[in-house]
Design a protein around this ligand. Structure first.
Ligand code: CP3
Length: 357
């Protein structure tokens, strides 16, 4: 594999010195880019795009052609995992993801097993290898998975949900059943992320999008514990280099100490968190990633730049910050505003790093 030309992202995750703060964006390949929409049309559908190695590679690289981002992220989706378990993922036009066979009765839940990742999710690891080749050492490639709990939310509800009432009913009525699903999910996520690492993913992120919906104590028991199990099962080094693990619990700001103790290398922060406070609390243990409000990208370029400035000052001098959004980029974002964001992170952050002084 070719030598990395830009390893600022991996260095920042290890809290090592970098000349500027590296930046990438959650959902950086997506519908806000007209070239993404064009490729998706060629593929026919979102799922066909994920399953087509060549086109998945193409869309992964599209944001890097436009912006000097410091990392690429595998183009795929967290819901490929329950799909591989046989739940039948589909996307109803304009309605988001759905499952044909959600987990509703005890018999189906107890029949759930770990799929053979090597065959059922081969298209994902094929995409990882192909993207690494196409990147040719430009920037590192991030692999990812949903957290066991976030996957369970979609598997039980059968779609997105505003309330997660089915999941929460099961959590309080039949915790044994939810624990069974989470255990199968955790073992699957371990296999899945290790397969991505072996195929060439140089860092991995666990997306715990819905962990923040849980009550205190329930978060630790039903989401964090299973992420800990996943992290403990991961290959942490590949090709002679550490493979950092990032945990992102949206809405996890109250539980940062617990998250930082999960064994991860970096904690993703949504926009509700004060970066300076987060650094004081856990910055001696882990790197921090985030926490720009994605909706601030709707504002004018001067406002975007001043918000970037505020966040960089909030983290302050020193190492261990990866700039990112606090959640995925909106499909209604003006692509030119992303240019402003990325350029201002690179320019304004230099004064906070020793290498540049
Ligand atoms: O970040 C990237 O560029 C890599 C690709 C990526 C996608 N989904 C592509 C996608 C990643 C990392 C994800 C993660 C994901 N998927 C999460 C966790 C992060 C988060 O946003 O909370 C979740 C919850 C999902 C499930 C999912 N997939 C939903 C809820 C939706 C529909 C809502 C939406 O934003 O459209 C998807 C579809 C999806 N995944 C799209 C993309 C680019 C849009 C599909 C399209 O082209 O129509």
């Amino acid at each position: 594999m070719s030598q990395l030309q830009n390893d600022t992202f991996l260095r920042a995750l290890c809290r090592e010195p970098v000349p500027y703060t590296p930046v990438w964006l959650m959902r950086q390949a997506g519908r806000y880019l007209p070239e993404y929409c064009a490729t998706r049309k060629v593929a026919g559908s979102f799922l066909q795009l994920c399953k087509n190695t060549e086109l998945a590679t193409e869309v992964t690289l599209q944001p890097l052609e436009r912006y000097p981002l410091d990392a690429a992220i595998l183009f795929s989706d967290i819901l490929t995992v329950p799909d591989a378990m046989g739940l039948g993922l589909y996307f109803a036009e304009g309605e988001g993801p759905k499952f044909e066979r959600p987990l509703r009765d005890e018999r189906d839940i107890l029949a759930l097993t770990v799929p053979d990742v090597g065959t059922e999710l081969r298209y994902v690891t094929d995409a990882v290898s192909s993207i690494r080749k196409a990147l040719n050492g430009r920037v590192p490639l991030i692999g990812f998975s949903g957290s066991p709990f976030t996957l369970a939310c979609y598997m039980i509800e059968g779609a997105g949900s505003a309330t997660f009432s089915r999941v929460k009913t099961m959590l309080y009525d039949r915790p044994d059943l939810l624990h069974h699903i989470l255990d199968v999910n955790a073992r699957t996520v371990i296999d899945y992320l290790n397969a991505q690492i072996e195929a060439g993913a140089q860092a991995v992120q666990i997306f715990d999008t819905w962990g923040g919906a849980l009550a205190y104590g329930k978060y630790q028991e039903f989401s964090l514990n299973y992420m800990k199990q996943v992290i403990a099962g991961l290959k942490r080094e590949h090709d002679g280099r550490k493979v950092p693990v990032i945990v992102f619990t949206k809405g996890g700001g109250l539980w940062l100490e617990d998250i930082a103790n999960s064994g991860c290398d970096a904690v993703g922060l949504d926009w509700t968190v004060d970066l300076a406070d987060a650094r004081r609390r856990i910055g001696d243990k882990v790197a921090l990633q985030g926490n720009f409000d994605p909706n601030a990208l709707f504002a004018n370029p001067a406002a975007i730049e001043s918000e970037v400035d505020r966040l960089l000052a909030s983290f302050g001098e020193g190492e261990g910050h990866v700039f990112n959004l606090g959640h995925g980029i909106s499909q209604f974002t003006n692509p030119d505003h992303v240019t402003t964001l990325v350029d201002s992170v690179h320019n304004l952050s230099q004064k906070y790093h020793q290498i540049h002084k």
